[in-house]
Ligand binder design. Structure first.
Ligand SMILES: NC(=O)C1=CN([C@@H]2O[C@H](COP(=O)(O)OP(=O)(O)OC[C@H]3O[C@@H](n4cnc5c(N)ncnc54)[C@H](OP(=O)(O)O)[C@@H]3O)[C@@H](O)[C@H]2O)C=CC1
Ligand SMILES: Nc1nc(=O)c2c([nH]1)NC[C@@H]1CN(c3ccc(C(=O)N[C@@H](CCC(=O)O)C(=O)O)cc3)C=[N+]21
Length: 299
């Protein structure tokens, strides 16, 4: 029987641990973790994510603030807001929702976030710490950190002898995911749009992670029988079966085809997505503990 990995349940247990840690910090150090989410423009999907992040932060007992800026915001205004949040002692975590409108330089904005408040793990200091295996002082990008918890649920902490493939090489997901798998001793391959014979490479993978942004690209004959498949893709596609003009969410993996071949598979929705939000909360509480000079909890 194939295990369908329950990301909602795994996320709920991370969130419960975060809530406990936040209560303990407030009781012992008299401060709440503070999360600031910055969103520019009015992309409805981005607003939906940001709202669920805000709701979750409140559930965890955090101070949660949202800054909604208009589409035409200038680089200077956005950088000034980040500088203000950097200086605010009540804010432990800053997340700037991506993508930003095209006229803005997202890299300059992200690199201006203090590394210790960079709960997205995108600052070069945090990326560098992950790459050099310093897991004690850095912050790891939420989606790969969450995907890794799902992998550990299936395989444990030591992936020695296992071949892992990550399809996608973004700074937000593919690269940090590959680093986490490597740190756990997997033999790691990273594939991307210039890779040849992706299906052939994929068939060698005991752990197949897809983060491309192409609906249902991974087919049954790409999956090694008994593999673990982690689907990171979030694609909205038309769903006429639900009614005219309706949409549904699908991953980068053709779930119906691949599930019978895999031993374990994460669904979309209900897989990696909920873990992303849970790990954002985890990173915020970690940052708050460190800001209070305390040993941060592990998740
Ligand atoms: N569940 C969650 O919480 C999250 C989900 N996502 C989703 O994950 C997916 C990937 O996100 P992200 O990493 O930010 O996306 P990017 O667009 O930044 O990266 C996509 C990667 O896929 C590669 N790629 C594109 N086409 C192909 C192809 N035909 N064959 C092989 N590789 C290909 C690109 O290669 P190249 O580098 O050569 O261009 C690139 O490395 C998206 O669907 C996104 O919505 C993202 C973040 C969080
Ligand atoms: N700075 C930044 N950091 C991010 O981490 C970031 C970002 N920008 N921009 C966009 C992507 C995407 N992302 C998701 C978060 C949660 C779900 C999620 O909760 N998904 C649910 C379904 C939600 C629904 O139904 O729409 C699920 O998969 O079950 C999905 C995707 C974070 N991202």
């Amino acid at each position: 029987m194939t295990t369908v990995i329950d990301g909602k349940q795994a996320a709920a247990s991370v969130v419960a641990a975060v809530k406990d840690a936040a209560e303990k910090l407030e009781a012992e150090a008299g401060r709440k973790p503070g999360l600031a989410v910055v969103i520019v423009g009015d992309d409805p999907a981005s607003h939906a994510y940001v709202n669920s992040k805000g709701k979750m932060a409140k559930q965890c007992g955090f101070k949660s603030v949202q800054h909604t800026l208009p589409e035409e915001t200038s680089q200077e205004t956005l950088m000034a807001l980040v500088a203000e949040l950097n200086a605010d002692p009540e804010i432990d975590g800053i997340l700037v929702q991506l993508p930003l409108p095209k006229h803005l330089n997202s890299d300059a904005v992200i690199q201006s976030i203090l590394p210790e408040k960079d709960v997205d793990g995108l600052h070069v200091v945090n990326a560098g710490k992950l790459a050099t295996g310093d897991m004690e002082t850095g912050l790891v990008s939420c989606t790969p950190a969450g995907a890794m918890i799902l992998v550990r649920q299936i395989h444990g902490n030591d992936l020695s002898g296992l071949n892992a493939l990550v399809i996608g090489r973004s700074n937000l997901f593919g690269k940090p995911m590959a680093q986490l798998l490597l740190n756990a001793n997997a033999t790691v391959t990273i594939a991307h749009s210039r890779s040849r014979d992706l299906a052939g490479i994929a068939r060698g993978a005991d752990i197949l992670v897809a983060a491309v942004g192409r609906a249902e690209m991974v087919k049954a004959d790409w999956v090694k029988p008994g593999a673990t498949v982690i689907d990171v893709g979030i694609n909205r596609v038309p769903a006429p079966e639900k009614g005219e003009g309706k949409n549904k969410l699908v991953g980068d993996v053709d779930f119906a085809e691949c599930a019978p071949v895999a031993a374990a598979i994460s669904p979309v929705p209900g897989g990696v997505g909920p873990m992303t939000i849970a790990m954002l909360m985890a990173n915020t509480v970690i940052a708050a503990y460190r800001a209070a000079g305390r040993q941060a909890p592990k998740f």
